[in-house]
Write a protein that binds this ligand. Sequence first.
Ligand SMILES: Nc1ncnc2c1ncn2[C@@H]1O[C@H](COP(=O)(O)OP(=O)(O)O)[C@@H](O)[C@H]1O
Ligand SMILES: [Mg+2]
Length: 269
Amino acid sequence: MAAKTIVVGNFKGGVGKTKVSVMTSWEYANVHKKKVLLVDMDPQGNASTLIARSAGIEEINKTIFDGFKEGNLQDVVVKVTEHLDLIPAAVSFKNFSKFLYQTFQNDLEQITLLKTLLEPLKANYDYIFIDVPPTISDYSDNAMMASDYVLIILQAQELSLEGAETYVSYLQFMADEYEADIQVLGVLPVLLRAGGRVDQSTVERATELFGEDNVFKNVIKHLERLKAWDMTGIKNEDHHDRKAHQTFLDVVDEIEEKLARFEEESVHV
Ligand SMILES: Nc1ncnc2c1ncn2[C@@H]1O[C@H](COP(=O)(O)OP(=O)(O)O)[C@@H](O)[C@H]1O
Ligand SMILES: [Mg+2]
């Protein structure tokens, strides 16, 4: 077992990155019984808060920044459920860049610290998901360098691909500059506004840009329940909860199909 590492990306805030990384991890672990590690690379710690609230975790003593400073992430892993682990983040993580510059001279070392420290953990997991802030920063650079795949979020109601497009051109830059070896797993349309539907011209442009095979057939709809879980934690008590879970179970199925295709291609090459 060597974990497939997936970053959920888009250079815009409030597009659903955290919800997708948390829920995908949740369904893989708790329904599919895969061993999953969710890495919170965002100093806002939204993923950590949602997971802690959902699993009734009241106290977190050590966070990802402690792990970076100690050169060991194993000790900051929090067990969430039988199959789900979390590396939590907190606001103190805002000093990550300062720490990197003081500790490493070489910029490649600065942006590959997460990759280096995740390596020994990979044998314990089937999947590692990384949640990142919406900035081009040491957080997203480290996440990119550590990942095998990126799941790009497409704001499917907006008339622009802005956050997704920037992400892809930056990915290209990182590949040229630092030989980042990361594949686009797919582009997942998300509807964040109520009552909206997918803007077809946005999807068409995404299809042109990324290729038809790369745009997910599943769409994450706007569901009030998904927002409500921020306050209540993730639940599974009524049909609204079940519908919200089903949305992400469908996405997990499609991720599996896409991963299988990548594996096949790499075998045939
Ligand atoms: N599919 C959805 N339906 C309704 N609300 C959503 C959905 N996905 C995310 N949200 C809400 O939108 C806000 C932003 O989502 P979040 O995942 O935190 O975005 P990001 O990580 O990209 O900033 C949060 O309040 C979240 O609960
Ligand atoms: Mg977020």
